[in-house]
Design a protein around this ligand. Structure first.
Ligand SMILES: [Zn+2]
Length: 345
């Protein structure tokens, strides 16, 4: 009998010493498992008690139960103390954070990717003009990438897009950000004014000016009474704000894109030179903005009545814009992840 009592006392002593030394919550959990876990010391003693006499059971059963409760309470208290202490330490570390501390000059700083920089600049420019930012999926179905954009099956314009089809031929990696036009028209209330910068994918032979992934930015404006002159005005306002100059001159050439009618190519007089440079290839003009009036078939496919509403759409290559602005001659560098290249921005 006294042997059982001795064992309980010894366990209590061992437990008290262990719990006093626990400095981490996981130490407390280990102690809990050791003493009251399924194969812990206390359940083992309870098992032994089953083979004892009735008198012994009467005497030690309640004692063991009390001991178990004592352990559980001590464990809960200690765990709470440790958690509270850790939180206090964390809060005081934040309080004592010295924002004016000097960063050692040897420490290298990270930079944002040139794509992120240009996307932010383009977005800010259009946001200041009252546009919203639209987004859409990179994996598209045939309908959003082609059909709804007035490029039906067997349309020759499909050949212009070297498409990366997914296993199921019904899905693909979007070949242009024009897909987002359709998503915007399907999900938003009119009038719609937004831009959508994003990644696009083509099954290209990769070289210095072609990559399988590149960035585009799509723009869309639909309301009553929208005309081509709104597009030209928008293009000029954007270029003026983006290149930070009032001296923006544009010229218009006819262009063909199935989802606009009429379609145009908007060129900008080179802002980098007066008499020709490598950016404008000595022509003094830079191609910037393909666009046009949204084709009535496209409006119809999104359930918009082309007799009531009209709109313009445009798109431009952000990859090309980044390359122009920074004088980057190889598009592959942009997705290479090469640190020496990225450190320059
Ligand atoms: Zn030039």
């Amino acid at each position: 009998m006294s042997l059982m009592m001795d064992r309980i006392d010894a366990l209590r002593k061992e437990f008290k010493s262990a719990i006093a030394q626990a400095t981490l919550v996981r130490d407390v959990e280990a102690i809990r498992l050791k003493f009251t876990g399924r194969k812990g010391s206390v359940p083992e003693l309870m098992k032994e008690l089953k083979d004892c006499s009735i008198d012994e059971k009467r005497e030690f059963g309640p004692k063991l139960n009390d001991f178990r409760q004592e352990i559980e309470a001590a464990i809960a208290t200690r765990a709470k103390e440790l958690v509270d202490g850790a939180e206090k330490a964390k809060a005081s570390a934040i309080e004592n954070f010295d924002v004016s501390a000097r960063v050692p000059s040897s420490r290298k700083k990270g930079t944002t990717h040139p794509y992120s920089q240009i996307v932010e600049r383009v977005e800010n420019t259009f946001l200041s003009m009252g546009y919203s930012i639209f987004d859409g999926p990179e994996i598209e179905d045939d309908y959003h990438n082609f059909g709804a954009l007035n490029i039906p099956e067997n349309h020759p314009a499909r050949d212009m897009h070297d498409t990366l089809w997914l296993n199921r031929r019904s899905h693909l990696l979007r070949t242009h950000t024009s897909t987002i036009q359709i998503h915007a028209m399907e999900s938003r209330k009119l009038p719609i004014a937004g831009i959508a910068p994003g990644r696009t994918f083509r099954h290209e032979a990769v070289d210095a000016s072609h990559d399988v992934m590149f960035w585009q930015c799509e723009g869309l404006f639909i309301d009553k009474g929208i005309t081509m002159s709104h597009l030209f005005g928008t293009a000029k306002a954007f270029l003026s704000s983006f290149f930070d100059t009032d001296d923006i001159d544009i010229r218009i050439r006819p262009g063909y894109f199935p989802f606009v009618e009429p379609g145009v190519e908007i060129d900008m007089r080179c802002v980098f030179c007066k008499d020709g440079c490598s950016v404008c290839k000595k022509s003094k003009w830079v191609e910037v903005f393909p666009g046009g009036m949204v084709h009535p078939n496209v409006l119809k496919s999104a359930g918009i009545d082309p007799e009531v509403y009209s709109g313009f759409a445009f798109g431009f290559g952000l990859s090309r814009l980044v390359m122009l602005m920074h004088g980057i001659s190889d598009i592959r560098l942009l997705s290479s992840g090469k640190i020496p290249f990225l450190r320059q921005f």
